[in-house]
Ligand binder design. Structure first.
Ligand SMILES: Cc1cc2nc3c(=O)[nH]c(=O)nc-3n(C[C@H](O)[C@H](O)[C@H](O)COP(=O)(O)OP(=O)(O)OC[C@H]3O[C@@H](n4cnc5c(N)ncnc54)[C@H](O)[C@@H]3O)c2cc1C
Length: 383
């Protein structure tokens, strides 16, 4: 749902200019320094990017899902690591508190998350619990008015820098499934919370992940999200529904950027006396990528509109994540192919994007897990 088309156009124009004039020229620097330059972080905060999907009453922009998808597609046109920092704040970092938090929890954390004063992370994955997240082993044992957390969380985005963590831990050891899991808000400076060294990743340099280790970490009982034990896995799944649509929109944006890079190169470079773009086999690659990016855009916007209309889009969000993450992988592969040897060289953006987009098929639920979710929901609906 688009509330005010004129206002949204202005926002998208501003973001588009920021992407073109500030982020794209700094892509190589982001990768070399493995960090988002401090001045760009400040500009992102001033533009309100840290609070895109946080309601206006908490100081965010309060975008609807459709509006957020359109914005994420625009932001997708540059290195995904730029988005990762604030996207995690708006998304998996803050949404748990927003969706299921108590009014006090929302008032305490969300306004500062919306401005970027606080950076947040989402801690679900563990060394032995990835796709099978409900089998997680981190424990939270009640001790007076606190819970004592022990366990390790793996590959946590924003982990090295985050001020606030949403942590899924098992409060009921007799329940080994989803019902024994509770979500906690854990502040980054809580004694007993330790951060492992930053992971050395294949791509998306500038976005950081690390282990988050809890060793007798005492967390106030009032920090249970929503105040009730046993609801944490449901909270995590609700967070991921929105996150999957957001990531799908980013995949569409990246695919559109790669189509543009491929087309420009194919028009400029000549072989056999004519531009590459005049060879029909190159045209086929350009056309396939354009078509797939368009299909991704259409499906994400449809699912987003349905979510705004109050429909349960769990299946459709997985369909979008499945298609768009795989689609952008194919588009990136063709982009390298259209560039020939140059596409294998680090000075061309497509080489970096090729590595960056690989992640989309893995995190926030792998492609296979999306397939499992879609088919399981299909079967459930008929029985
Ligand atoms: C850069 C990065 C950032 C991340 N950020 C976060 C974060 O901020 N917070 C967080 O909690 N997690 C995060 N993750 C973790 C991510 O969500 C997991 O890596 C992902 O869910 C897969 O889990 P796994 O790595 O344990 O793989 P596994 O679950 O071990 O899967 C390995 C393979 O087996 C397949 N497989 C597993 N089960 C099935 C099945 N039932 N049917 C068919 N195939 C199956 C998978 O699809 C995959 O191909 C991040 C990961 C990365 C790499």
């Amino acid at each position: 749902m688009i509330r005010d088309p004129e206002l949204l156009d202005q926002l998208i124009d501003t973001i588009s200019r920021f992407v073109r004039e500030r982020l794209i020229p700094n892509e190589a620097r982001l990768a070399e320094e493995d960090a988002v330059p401090a001045e760009l972080l400040e500009e992102m905060k001033e533009m309100g990017l840290f609070g895109l999907s946080i309601p206006e009453e908490y100081g965010g922009l309060g975008l609807t899902m459709e509006e957020e998808a359109l914005v994420a597609m625009e932001i997708g046109k540059t290195s995904p690591a730029f988005r990762s920092v604030f996207g995690t704040n708006n998304g998996i970092g803050a949404q748990g508190i927003l969706i299921d938090g108590t009014p006090e929890q929302k008032a305490k954390y969300v306004p500062r998350l919306a401005t970027g004063e606080l950076l947040s992370s989402f801690c679900l994955t563990e060394p032995d619990a990835g796709s099978d997240a409900a089998s997680l082993r981190t424990t939270a044992v009640r001790d007076g008015d606190h819970y004592v957390l022990n366990g390790t969380k793996r590959f946590i985005t924003n982990g090295p820098e985050a001020d606030v963590f949403t942590v899924m831990a098992r409060t009921d050891p007799s329940n080994k499934g989803a019902g024994g899991i509770t979500a906690f808000i854990v502040e980054g400076d809580t004694p007993g919370l330790k951060r492992g060294p930053a992971d050395n990743k294949m791509g998306q340099k500038g976005a950081h992940t690390c282990d988050i280790i809890f060793e007798d970490c005492r967390v106030p009982a009032e920090n249970i999200i929503g105040g009730v034990e046993g609801k944490g896995f449901k909270t995590a799944m609700k967070v991921l529904d929105r996150g999957r649509l957001h990531i799908s929109a980013v995949c569409v944006g990246v695919a559109e950027r790669l189509v543009e890079e491929s087309l420009n190169y194919a028009i400029e470079r000549k072989q056999f006396g004519v531009p590459l773009a005049e060879h029909q086999l190159v045209q086929a690659m350009l056309a396939d990528s354009k078509t797939e990016a368009y299909a991704g855009r259409a499906m994400v916007l449809d699912a987003a509109r349905r979510k705004d209309a109050g429909e349960n889009v769990s299946t459709l969000a997985s369909c979008c994540k499945l298609f768009c993450a795989e689609m952008v992988g194919r588009v990136a592969d063709r982009a390298v192919q259209v560039h020939g040897g140059a596409g294998y060289m680090a000075e061309y953006a497509v080489e970096r994007f090729y590595r960056d987009v690989r992640l989309f098929r893995i995190y926030e639920g792998t492609t296979q897990i999306q397939q499992v979710v879609i088919a399981r929901n299909m079967v459930r609906e008929v029985s």
